[in-house]
Design a protein around this ligand. Structure first.
Ligand code: NAD
Ligand code: UFG
Length: 337
């Protein structure tokens, strides 16, 4: 079985669908701090024949982890569980080190105690910090400039140290760029609590009438149209990256740190245009000041993932907009409580 921590969250839930459709049996562990239980019902509805066990627990809870490993024959772990707000990490750094580093430490300890030696970890492009040059390559120096990013880098280092000390232990750390979109069924998607931080959920909430207008955070960046540029990848492409990582570990491949992105950057205005073109819905916007801590541009060199994992992003920005819009229209208020 595969243990999926944080499997009811945005990315983890999409990975669960990709995994079960590939015939994997899963046990999901999530403390529901940023997910609703109804996600589990949606997953079971999308994957009716799948073996999908659920354990409501905190990944820092060593007793709960020991019980999960004792009750299931876990072969590998996909570790999504974590907090992900950069702004919150600046305000509450200890919470982020405790949850994201402490949680990973407890998990790896429990894995070793149970003889489980393969893990795929959700890292982030944030570990790079301000780019010396673009696109980001995995051998570029890392210089995260907030506690969230530093916690991600610490977990990458923790995994590398354990792999050095423990010959059988192997990991893949995937540095995600900007996941967007939803499963094409419209049954699962991104459901942020409160006002969305991220661009696409904000756009879809404006389009569906939950918010009056998008605020573009600055149009005076040194980019082609002055708005910020990011590497947006479809969440199902990202989910499939985890299958590729798992396949590598099963095949005896070595530990790896790899970017998952498309290799293309799009500006905020380009994303808006793609959304309007695909859905036919106009999105009112205003231009505001820059958001503190934002970088002008960030995109991946994904060639290592293609070489080492045989993975590349296949879906277009338009498909991601279409799928995000379907999810938003079918679930205007997000998941039911
Ligand atoms: P999410 O908040 O939707 O999902 C995270 C899940 O983990 C939630 O279901 C939450 O309830 C659970 N969780 C959090 N702390 C936990 C704990 N201590 N014990 C058990 N469960 C816990 O976030 P997401 O967007 O799906 O992100 C998944 C992972 O990918 C995170 O580690 C995040 O840092 C990383 N990541 C996300 C992005 C992004 O843009 N979404 C980019 C780069 C990396
Ligand atoms: N943006 C707006 N208006 C909004 C929201 C976003 O103009 O309401 C702009 C931002 O300024 C940026 C772009 O849209 O130029 C993308 O912003 P997101 O917040 O969607 O994504 P970021 O790249 O800023 O941040 C994401 C994750 C962070 C992570 C970072 C780097 O949300 O957690 O990628 O990996 F740290």
């Amino acid at each position: 079985m595969i243990l999926v921590t944080g499997g009811l969250g945005y990315i983890g839930s999409h990975a669960c669908v990709a995994l079960t459709q590939a015939g994997e049996r899963l046990v999901v562990l999530d403390n529901l701090s940023n997910a609703k239980r109804s996600v589990l019902e949606r997953l079971r509805e999308l994957c009716p024949d799948a073996i999908l066990d659920f354990c409501e627990a905190d990944v820092r809870d060593r007793g709960a982890l020991a019980r999960v490993f004792a009750a299931h024959r876990v072969e590998a772990v996909l570790h999504f569980a974590g907090l992900k707000s950069v702004a919150e990490s600046v305000a509450r750094p200890l919470l982020y080190y405790d949850n994201n580093v402490g949680g990973s430490l407890a998990l790896v300890e429990a894995m070793l105690a149970a003889g489980v030696e393969r893990i795929v970890f959700s890292s982030s492009a944030t570990v790079y910090g301000p780019p010396l040059s673009l696109p980001h390559r995995e051998d570029h120096p890392t210089a995260p400039h907030n506690p969230y990013g530093r916690a991600k880098r610490m977990v990458e280092e923790l995994l590398a140290d354990v792999a050095r000390a423990q010959p059988g232990f192997r990991y893949v750390a995937l540095r995600y760029f900007n996941p967007i979109g939803a499963h094409p069924s419209g049954r699962i998607g991104e459901d942020p609590r409160g006002e969305p931080n991220n661009l696409l959920p904000f756009v879809t909430q404006v389009a569906v009438g939950r918010r009056a207008r998008l605020r573009i955070h600055g149009d005076d960046y040194p980019t082609a149209d002055g708005t910020g540029v990011r590497d947006y990848l479809h969440v199902m492409d990202l989910a499939e990256g985890h299958l590729a990582a798992l396949a590598r570990l099963r095949a005896g491949g070595g530990s790896l740190v790899a970017n998952l992105g498309t290799g293309r950057g799009h500006s905020v205005r380009e994303v808006l245009a793609a959304f309007e073109r695909t859905t036919g819905v106009r999105v009112p916007f205003e231009v505001g000041p820059r958001r503190a801590g934002d970088l002008p541009a960030c995109w991946a060199d994904p060639s290592l993932a293609e070489r080492e994992l045989g993975w590349r992003a296949r879906r277009t920005l338009e498909e991601a907009c279409r799928d995000a819009w379907r999810w938003q229209c079918d679930n205007p208020a997000g998941y039911p409580d």
